[in-house]
Design a protein around this ligand. Sequence first.
Ligand SMILES: C[S@@+](CC[C@H](N)C(=O)[O-])C[C@H]1O[C@@H](n2cnc3c(N)ncnc32)[C@H](O)[C@@H]1O
Length: 251
Amino acid sequence: MTNKNQVEKYYFDNPEIWEELNTGRFNREPIFLEKIFKKYGKVKNVLDVGCGTGSHLNKLSELGFTGVGIDLNKNMIKFAKEKYPHLKFEVKDMRKLNYSNQFDAILCLCTTFCYNTSNEDVVAALKSFHKALKKGGLLIIETFNPIAFLEKKKFVRTIEETDNYKKFGLKSVNEHWIDETQQQMIERRTVYRLKDNKKLKSDLTKFRLFFPQEMKYFLETNGFKFQDFYGDYDIKYKKLDKFRLITISKK
Ligand SMILES: C[S@@+](CC[C@H](N)C(=O)[O-])C[C@H]1O[C@@H](n2cnc3c(N)ncnc32)[C@H](O)[C@@H]1O
């Protein structure tokens, strides 16, 4: 089960840092999403699951869509509500949504779905997405793509993020390893204050690794019709050789 530690992390508990470091994605990804909405369905009303700071939803509302954002981290939802008071955000767990036949599309972006580390969590989340979608509604899930780790032999054990965090007077050291028995990538992110190198927080995150065919199987055995895989936020990019996998399916 996703425990509290899966969402209470330095970088989620400080949404202004997350917002600043991800601005490029928030502007770029909704353009791709708009094309996907047009290609696979008739979308107006969107649920953003694990919406974080709410910026995807804000950009989508500028493009004419309506929607709701949910996230299990209270700080993220507080930030989203304050920054975008015209939009609706709620603290909710993706495995226990109480929406019924309400949305034309559900988004679960930026590896949020990988926080479902066990098969039981995966099925619980897919069941609650299925219930929340209208018939014919679209489900768009972005996960890590383990094939790219294998093919490129480029699993990076330690990444030091100094440039990104410098303007906050911080640095982040991110270590990664694999738990083969659970098919999970574990990340330890340690945040240091630059001026005295004081360790501020160390957070452990467990990400479930889904191979593409496994993702398709989970979707199809939980009532979804698989549509397509994408390897990037580019409607023409169908090669699955990058570190992210975007899966499109329909209710
Ligand atoms: C990697 S961030 C992505 C945030 C945002 N979608 C983005 O693209 O910037 C993952 C988010 O999922 C949230 N989250 C993790 N587990 C969750 C759960 N069970 N239900 C709802 N939100 C969850 C975290 O609090 C965090 O804000």
